[in-house]
Design a binder for this molecule. Structure first.
Ligand code: C2E
Ligand code: MG
Ligand code: MG
Ligand code: MG
Length: 279
């Protein structure tokens, strides 16, 4: 039996699917020019050690200011860059920019400031990944200890042995490695032991309203306990409220990151943030 209402619904959805499809095609094409046109920028979100009150690291988060479509979220364009392979070129730019920035901060007296860079699984499985990183470190002249790589659990779906080798090598060179968004993906406590991680970042999902939810508290306590046993630093991401922070401090989480302290900032604003805290 024919129902006109349903047909309209159908047209509505198919138009939306088409729009999404075209947007994706357009963004994929525009991505390539965006680099040459200087449309990308790294923002930096401070990580605060709540025991010492110090900020010794910031996470680099990419931003794309599209000339027609405005600010586009990395959550939208990074997957497109991964699919098309452009992430290799873009990823290199991200690492080089972050390392150059570390150098600039040093020139201004911030000697032990590190920057954490997000790395896609596609970058890691690329053949020359480790060499490229070392090249960039040598080129920019920074201490490898000041560069941190954030990897998500998707790296465990890849060729495990080769990934492990690369990470061991990079870690031996002094580079720090963090497991990002812990708890959301293919998480296995087993991998925490087998891979050379320095930091474990608990995903924002678990931190959100942690002071109110018993089930989250049980989970996060066990993650912190495990990390402690394995000598990993815990970083809580997405801390937005005083009550979340208080709970985390009571439960021995030393490093926190989130809107409660600061949104991701352009480099000039990060510098202001740092110097205002130093007073
Ligand atoms: P992520 O690495 O887990 O980064 C944390 C995200 O949470 C960032 O979103 C950050 O702006 C946001 N965030 C930080 N604090 C809070 C908070 O208190 N509340 C809320 N609601 N959100 C908070 P962003 O910058 O949109 O990045 C999203 C994701 O895109 C990142 O998740 C990461 O997976 C990816 N990404 C961002 N920059 C890069 C990059 O340079 N390279 C790669 N490969 N991926 C990137
Ligand atoms: Mg991250
Ligand atoms: Mg994260
Ligand atoms: Mg996340």
């Amino acid at each position: 039996h024919y129902q006109p209402e349903d047909t309209r619904l159908y047209h509505f959805y198919s138009q939306e699917i088409l729009d999404n499809f075209f947007r994706k095609v357009i963004l994929e094409t525009d991505l390539r020019q965006a680099l040459e046109r200087n449309e990308f920028q790294l923002y930096y979100q401070p990580q605060v050690n709540v025991q010492t009150g110090k900020v010794v690291c910031a996470e680099a988060l990419i931003r794309w200011q599209h000339p027609e479509h405005g600010m586009i979220s990395p959550a939208e364009f990074i997957p497109i860059a991964e699919e098309s392979g452009f992430i290799i070129t873009l990823g290199e730019w991200i690492i080089r920019t972050a390392c150059t920035q570390i150098k600039t901060l040093q020139a201004e007296g911030l000697n032990n400031f590190s920057i954490a860079v997000n790395i896609s699984a596609c970058q890691l499985i690329n053949k020359n990944f480790s060499e490229k990183i070392i090249d960039i470190i040598n080129e920019t002249g920074i201490a490898p200890e000041l560069l941190e790589l954030e990897l998500t659990e998707t790296v465990f779906i890849q060729d495990i042995e080769s990934v492990k080798q690369k990470l061991n090598y990079l870690s031996q060179q002094g580079i720090k490695i963090s497991i990002d968004d812990f708890g959301t993906g293919y998480s296995s406590f087993k991998y925490l032991q087998e891979f050379p991680f320095h930091n474990l970042k608990i995903d924002r999902y678990f931190i959100s309203n942690i002071d109110k939810f018993k089930n989250k508290q049980v989970l996060v306590k066990s993650i912190i306990q495990t990390a402690d046993n394995l000598n990993l630093n815990i970083i809580a991401e997405g801390v937005e409220t005083k009550n979340e922070l208080a709970w985390l401090m009571r439960n021995n989480c030393d490093i926190v990151q989130g809107y409660f302290f600061s949104h991701p900032l352009p480099i000039e604003e990060l510098k202001e943030f740092l110097s205002s805290r130093a007073k």
